[in-house]
Design a protein around this ligand. Structure first.
Ligand SMILES: Nc1nc2c(c(=O)[nH]1)N[C@H]1C(S)=C(S)[C@@H](COP(=O)(O)OP(=O)(O)OC[C@H]3O[C@@H](n4cnc5c(N)ncnc54)[C@H](O)[C@@H]3O)O[C@H]1N2
Ligand code: MOO
Length: 401
């Protein structure tokens, strides 16, 4: 870890690393596409809507029908799922939401704007003035004409996107393949979380659980390997080499700072990867390491302290994963929240403080004893990013888990 820091803030460090990474190019048609990235544009296979349709339940009219004090006969019904009847001069057609507008119809009047009699209607006075040609008619192709591009390559497939895909008959869109990730945790003191009898010098592997859980939330990546490695040069080198051979990304935790057993930086160097940063002006996470291999694969060395590993996996690994996965807008865009109390200490680093959202939409800091405080971590909804030497309440960006 060399001083001064190579980048002044997390976002420029992330951008510099991003430039050196390869983006996934393999694609596949996928029915399990939620959360993945579109590798083909969505093109409208028909006009949307496919015909002029009614936006309301009511009556299809001609403008000349709009007279007060006259009974206007109802000549037929246009309902969803059937072709419309023809309009008859001087008569209206009862119409339902989504049903096709009959030829000759100029506007739709809502049912509640009429007095409905047995086989005829009367218009109430107000809608007579308010109705203009086209009222309550959705025009054929007004959302998207046939052949037009609806969604671009690089769009993440959210539930909203799934709705649009289904509307245009796309049930197995071409997606980029998922990003393959290996998680390597390190440390002789670290044991499996299921261990019941621990010595005082041992602790459970919360970092592996946190990183895996975070990646499982995102369908654009799969965790192909999750391995714990002892603090031993040769084992670490062998595990990293095996992981990087088959994965696009290796996320490591621990062994990244200045201890005698912190072999992660030299192991990454031996692999011939470029260390883009080792140390950033952030807390927690000052010793963080970001590297790119010659063929554009990502290696991140997260500090071992659990709060640091979890926050920085979220802050650094997730946006870079989105980038590698082919997502067009991959950078974080966190919402701004105001803190209900100012941070207590001004520090010359970008602070990432565990926080909880409050009922009023503000955020409160979760009291934490440091970057090993898993209790505070578990009580948090995310973290707030506060610039160096700042003790004001913001608003500051809040990153939610
Ligand atoms: N002389 C210096 N010492 C330290 C510095 C520094 O700048 N100069 N930075 C400190 C900071 S900040 C952090 S963060 C840690 C990070 O160190 P490492 O990445 O080398 O992490 P370790 O020493 O391996 O572990 C730190 C801490 O976290 C526990 N740990 C590790 N792995 C796990 C895991 N998988 N699950 C749960 N807990 C884990 C480990 O037992 C240690 O308690 O360095 C400071 N030192
Ligand atoms: O990242 Mo360390 O956890 O800043 O204390």
């Amino acid at each position: 870890m060399k001083q001064p820091f190579p980048f002044t803030d997390p976002d420029t460090a992330i951008a510099a690393l991003a430039e050196r990474l390869s983006v996934v190019r393999d694609t596949e048609h996928a029915t399990d596409h939620v959360g993945r990235i579109l590798a083909e544009p969505l093109v409208a296979d028909r006009d949307s809507p496919a015909a002029d349709v009614s936006a309301m339940d009511g009556y299809a009219i001609r403008m000349s029908d709009l007279q007060s004090d006259a009974d206007v006969p109802v000549s037929g019904i246009s309902q969803a799922g059937a072709a419309p009847p023809a309009m008859v001069d001087g008569q209206v057609v009862r119409i339902f939401t989504g049903a096709i507008i009959p030829d000759g119809c100029e506007a739709v009047v809502k049912r509640e704007d009429t007095e409905e009699l047995d086989a005829s209607i009367r218009f109430l006075p107000a809608p007579i003035d308010a109705t203009v040609p086209g009222s309550h008619i959705r025009r054929r192709g007004e959302n998207a004409p046939i052949g037009s591009s609806v969604l671009d390559v690089g769009t993440e497939i959210t539930p909203a996107v799934v709705a649009a895909l289904a509307n245009f008959g796309c049930t197995a869109p071409e997606c980029y393949r998922r990003v393959k990730v290996a998680v390597l945790t390190t440390g002789d003191e670290v044991v499996d979380p299921a261990t019941r009898q621990l010595e005082p010098w041992q602790l459970r592997n919360s970092n592996r659980s946190a990183v895996q859980a975070m990646l499982h939330q995102h369908a654009l990546a799969t965790v192909d390997t999750a391995e714990h490695v002892k603090d031993d040069r040769d084992s670490l080198q062998a595990s990293l080499a095996a992981a990087i051979a088959v994965c696009d990304v290796v996320v490591m935790t621990g062994g990244v700072s200045m201890g005698d057993y912190d072999y992660v930086p030299e192991t990454i160097e031996q692999l011939g990867a470029e260390i883009v940063f080792h140390g950033l002006p952030i807390r927690p996470g000052k010793p963080i390491l970001g590297a790119a291999t010659q063929d554009g694969k990502l290696i991140v060395g997260l500090p071992g302290n659990p709060v640091s590993a979890t926050i920085n996996c979220h802050r650094f690994v997730l946006p870079l994963l989105r980038r590698i996965a082919g997502k067009q807008t991959w950078a974080d865009k966190p919402a701004l929240v105001t803190l209900d109390q100012p941070p207590q200490k001004a520090i010359p680093l970008h602070a990432m403080l565990l926080a909880r959202t409050t009922a009023t939409g503000a955020a409160e800091l979760v009291p934490a004893k440091g970057s090993g405080d898993l209790v505070a971590l578990g009580r948090s909804d995310g973290y707030v990013a506060v610039p160096p030497m700042t003790t004001t309440t913001g608003p500051w960006p809040m990153f939610g888990w």
